[in-house]
Design a protein around this ligand. Structure first.
Ligand SMILES: [Zn+2]
Length: 271
C-alpha cells in the first residue's frame, strides 16, 4: 500500500492528525513506554482515552489510515512503541472500526514496557500502520549530524521491515524536533510520510515525502480537545498552534519568557 503515498494529489489536501502516546490502566504509568514524569505527562488513563475516542467518533467525518487520505481525514497516531499499543489501544480503536498509526522506537523492542516483535507483527496483520520513531529516540533529533540521522532512520526502517516482511515507509519525528535536514534524511532513507509535532492540518511534500503536522493530546486535556482537533475547530486548533509558535519564539528568547507565555495562553482560555 505504501508506494501510492507519493502519487497522491496534494492540492488542497489537509489531514487532521492527532498524536497520542501510551494509554495506561489502574494508574500504572510505568507499564508502557518511557519512564519518568516528563514522559508520563503524555500518557492517558484508559477511561479518558475512551472518552476521547467517543468524542472523535462524534466530531470526525472519517478516520483514515495512510495512504487512503480523503479531504479532511482524521488520522490517529501513537508515538514511542509502548506495550499499550497492543493492549488496550488497538482493540479500543478496532471497536470503532478504526486503525491507528503506531510509531516504534526500535532499540526498545522487546524491552520492559515496550512492544515485542510478535506484537508489532500482530498489529500490522490487523490492519494498523506500523512506522519508525527512530532507533534510539534522540533527545534532540534535529541536533544530530546527517550520518547519525541516516543511521536512525535506515536502521529502524530495516528492523521494522524485517519484522513485517514488507517495506516500512512511514515515520514520526521523536520529540517533534523536525528540521529540513531531519526531513531530507528521512526522505533519502525511503520514508514517504513523516509526521512532525507542528499543530497544523497542512500537508507539505519534500521530494515525494509527505510531511504532516499533528495535534497533541496530553494528560488532563478533556474530550473537547480531541473533538475540536478532529473537527478542525479554531478554539482548539488555533490555540494549540499559538502555543506552539510561542514556544518556538521563546526558545530563542530563553526559558523564562516561554514559561510566561505558556502560562498566559493557558490561563486566558481555561474553562
Ligand atoms: Zn517519542
Amino acid at each position: 500500500m505504501a508506494p501510492s503515498i507519493s502519487k497522491m494529489d496534494l492540492s488542497n489536501m489537509r489531514a487532521r492528525s492527532l498524536m497520542f502516546h501510551d494509554v495506561v490502566e489502574n494508574g500504572d504509568y510505568q507499564s508502557s513506554g518511557f519512564p519518568g514524569e516528563g514522559a508520563h505527562l503524555y500518557k492517558l488513563e484508559r477511561a479518558p482515552f475512551e472518552r476521547h475516542l467517543a468524542a472523535i467518533a462524534a466530531a470526525a467525518p472519517s478516520v483514515a489510515t495512510l495512504p487512503a487520505l480523503a479531504p479532511n481525514s482524521v488520522l490517529l497516531t501513537f508515538d514511542d512503541g509502548g506495550a499499550s499499543f497492543h493492549h488496550p489501544i488497538a482493540p479500543l480503536l478496532e471497536q470503532h472500526g478504526w486503525r491507528g498509526h503506531f510509531f516504534i522506537t526500535t532499540d526498545r523492542i522487546g524491552t520492559p514496557g515496550f512492544l515485542t516483535e510478535a506484537q508489532i507483527l500482530d498489529l500490522h496483520r490487523r490492519g494498523h500502520v506500523v512506522g519508525s520513531h527512530s532507533c534510539s529516540h534522540p533527545t534532540r533529533m534535529s541536533a544530530l549530524s546527517r550520518p547519525e540521522l541516516d543511521r536512525e532512520w535506515r536502521q529502524s526502517l530495516a528492523r521494522l521491515s524485517a519484522i513485517l516482511g514488507e517495506p516500512v515507509t512511514v515515520a514520526s519525528v521523536p520529540g517533534g524536533f523536525y528540521s529540513s535536514q531531519v526531513g531530507q534524511s528521512a526522505q533519502a532513507a525511503g520514508i514517504r510520510a513523516l509526521f512532525t509535532s507542528e499543530p497544523t492540518a497542512r500537508i507539505s511534500s519534500l521530494a515525494g515525502c509527505l510531511v504532516l503536522g499533528r495535534y497533541s493530546l496530553q494528560r488532563g486535556m478533556g474530550p473537547e480537545w480531541s473533538a475540536g482537533f478532529a473537527a478542525g475547530r479554531p478554539a482548539q486548533c488555533l490555540r494549540q498552534a499559538a502555543l506552539w509558535k510561542a514556544k518556538r519564539i521563546a526558545k530563542t528568547l530563553g526559558g523564562t519568557a516561554y514559561l510566561k507565555l505558556r502560562t498566559a495562553l493557558l490561563d486566558r482560555n481555561s474553562p
